[in-house]
Write a protein of this length. Sequence first.
Length: 426
Amino acid sequence: MTDTAKLQVDGKSVELPIIVGSEGERAIDVSKLRAETGYITLDQGYGNTGSCKSDITFIDGEKGILRYRGYPIEELAEKSSFIETAYLLIWGELPTQEQLQSFSDLLTGHQMLHEGIRRHFDFFPPKSPPMAVLSSVLNALSCFHPQLLEITDDNFFQEAVARIMAKVRTIAAFSHRHALGYNITYPHPDKKYSANFLHMMFSDPYNDYDPDPVIVRALDTILLLHADHEQNCSTSTVRMVGSSEANLFASVAAGVSALWGPLHGGANVAVVDMLDSMLDEGLSVKDFVGQIKDKKNGIRLMGFGHRVYKNFDPRAKIIKSICNDMLAKLSIDDPMLSMAEELEAAALEDDYFVSRKLYPNVDFYSGVILRAIGIPKEMFTVMFAIGRMPGWIAQWYEESKFTKISRPRQVYTGATERGYVPMSDR
Ligand code: CMC
């Protein structure tokens, strides 16, 4: 294969280097294009644009492959834990027993919230969207840890990581309890990450919540499956914000905002809303699929399709199997699961979806599991954010080594120069 690409423009020929990734992905490096030709590239939605080189996560969307730092997602989901995987993503290697223990201890040491932060919750109205609360409170952490606004060495980075990873779940659980008007349940120093989150969500002063281990494992695996996904919308946002040398708290808070939308993390809520309304209205799968295919209705099958996967999203396969196992073990018969399975089967046989390579994505079944765990729908996207936190942190750190601000260009299509019109003449 060639190692340069030739571009002919305005009668001039320029050679552009080809960059090859470690898995053989090929990219044309256009970084000198404007300087040499005066042209820029236009790729709205970035479907063909590599924004960075990255060592963290590999996806082959055609083959349905996802690997964190080289490890297949299937193996990590079976053998690892969310915290071990977070360590892997952030520091690049699986931890030794001592490294894992000291990371866990660090998280335990930082899981409480400063009283000043805790009081923030009193001023959010009870029905505040938990994603708004999460983004605001993560950003507010900058005010309480000013020593971490500038990360000058790895020790500072480690402290910032521990504070964010530990506190994000405390913030999430506090926002849930505050929304219900319940007292706050503080984190427990002896509980592991996911069990501790469930404790903060569901334990009351008079009743310690003691979940079935199946539930804890399912939650931990869901977090792990969400932990990174290379340059998606929220991660690109985190890297973009971080490229201005904004601090880690501000950058991940921006990631939460980007994740919120229904085409991204908000899809897990949209799936449950969709299934709920089908059940409520008694709408058949056949009729609903028909409505989706009729483009004038503007309806999408939520939890289906992906910008990168043109084959099964490997996370969706694992989540579906966890969902089936967990519901069977807990003897939960949820009509929503049957409806989701029926819808999936119908879509996978329908030419509309087949020809567009639309398969279930990570969000198709995750809402059904979260519901079964007892997590309210309003918190689903927050769960995604907790899971994605190690990925955002790892990507922010990688970006921080590359000291160039991200600043795309545009093709201007507005009015050309015109004179100011006085108010009386308009
Ligand atoms: N239902 C019906 N039609 C769809 C869907 C869907 N879910 N997704 C894409 N299409 C159609 C789309 O209408 C278009 O058709 P046509 O070629 O006739 O115009 C074609 O498929 C290509 O769609 P696109 O919008 O150009 O694809 P994209 O890569 O820009 O969008 C997506 C990817 C995930 C935003 C989109 O598939 C979608 O809206 N899915 C539903 C929302 C969803 O589940 N989001 C979660 C994504 S995974 C987790 C995450 O990243 O947060």
